[in-house]
Write a protein that binds this ligand. Structure first.
Ligand code: NDP
Length: 290
């Protein structure tokens, strides 16, 4: 069994980006600039935004973190996005999800011009991904999963990939990337109405789980020799920890790992890749808008 080290692979992407960013500055006098908009003080969002700010600084990007109060309205948010859309010194705009109740998230994601939509959540970018257009901004978590599979030499072409979960940002997007011609897996998507899911997951050469249920995938749901990508991030109570919880994935790692050809841990698997791919998208946006 090989443990897929997301921190190490993300680290390589960071190093490559540092070099490309220094070159972009030297040759074109451009510093990629990402704006992150956060509304309210959801603790997980605060920590995610901090991580993105730190990553941008490490690579040599400029970042602007704009925090709005929980009471911010749809029109206030849209007006702010319009300002950043029109600002040529801004290359990427990210709206940290979740937004407060009452805000139409899809409308907000669609307000960002597609060229600056570094999260890839807008309808235009989802369409481009499905149509396999090269200028699509691919959502960061699924893009990171593809990097993990490719950089570990996982056989994707012709493999049976089973995706558990059908969210826009993970499940559906990774299924589309896997079925695209440059990957060419045979893809099955499972969700909460799927019957006898274990019979399906047991046929997976590549099993990708993104449902948000701690330890949902048990050893009897996994084929020996499978490659397992655990996207889930779940907080479970742990009295031995200072903050009272620890993070676990959607896969029962201890019992599943011995069966696998390779598997991602949680934390340290998919999570670091999401941030790395956000930085990659921002670099792409900066070079395209130049
Ligand atoms: P969503 O809640 O948006 O979607 C969950 C999906 O799982 C839904 O499609 C749902 O099905 C399906 N599902 C829920 N319960 C079951 C079940 N018992 N059997 C089968 N399918 C089920 O979640 P996300 O996709 O946003 O996130 C999933 C997990 O990944 C979370 O733990 C999240 O924290 C994590 N995550 C991690 C990231 C990272 O960077 N590592 C990034 C994004 C997410 P249905 O549609 O039928 O309701």
């Amino acid at each position: 069994m090989q443990l897929i080290d997301g921190n190490q692979i993300a680290g390589q992407i960071f190093e490559d980006l540092k070099i490309s960013t220094a070159r972009l500055l030297a040759e074109k006098n451009i510093v990629p600039h990402i704006v992150v908009l956060r509304v309210g003080n959801d603790p997980a969002s605060v920590s995610y935004v901090k991580r993105k700010e730190k990553a941008a600084a490490e690579i040599g990007f400029r970042s602007t973190i704009k925090v709005l109060p929980e009471t911010a309205t749809q029109s206030e948010l849209e007006a702010l996005i319009d300002i950043y859309n029109a600002d040529p010194a801004v290359h990427g705009i990210l709206i940290q999800s979740p937004l407060p109740l009452g805000i139409d998230e899809t409308a907000i994601f669609n307000r960002v011009v597609p060229e600056k939509d570094v999260d890839g959540f807008s309808t235009v970018n989802v369409g481009k991904l499905v149509q396999e257009l090269p200028d699509a901004m691919v959502p960061c978590t699924p893009a990171g999963i593809m990097e993990l599979l490719r950089r570990t030499g996982t056989q994707i072409k012709g493999a049976h990939a089973v995706v558990v979960g059908r969210s826009q940002i993970v499940g559906k997007a990774i299924a589309n990337l896997l079925v695209a011609h440059d990957a060419s897996a045979t893809v099955t998507i499972c969700h909460s109405a799927t019957k006898d899911m274990a019979a399906i997951t047991r046929t997976a050469d590549i099993l990708i789980v993104a449902i948000g249920k701690p330890h949902f995938v048990r050893a009897d749901m996994v084929k020996a020799g499978a490659v397992v990508i655990d996207v889930g991030i779940n907080r479970v109570p742990d009295a031995s920890k200072k903050n009272g919880f620890r993070l676990v994935g959607d896969v029962d790692f201890d019992n599943v790992a011995p069966l696998c050809e390779r598997i991602t841990p949680v934390p340290g698997g998919v999570g670091p890749m999401t941030v790395a791919m956000l930085m990659k998208n921002t670099f792409k946006a900066a070079t395209r808008l130049a």
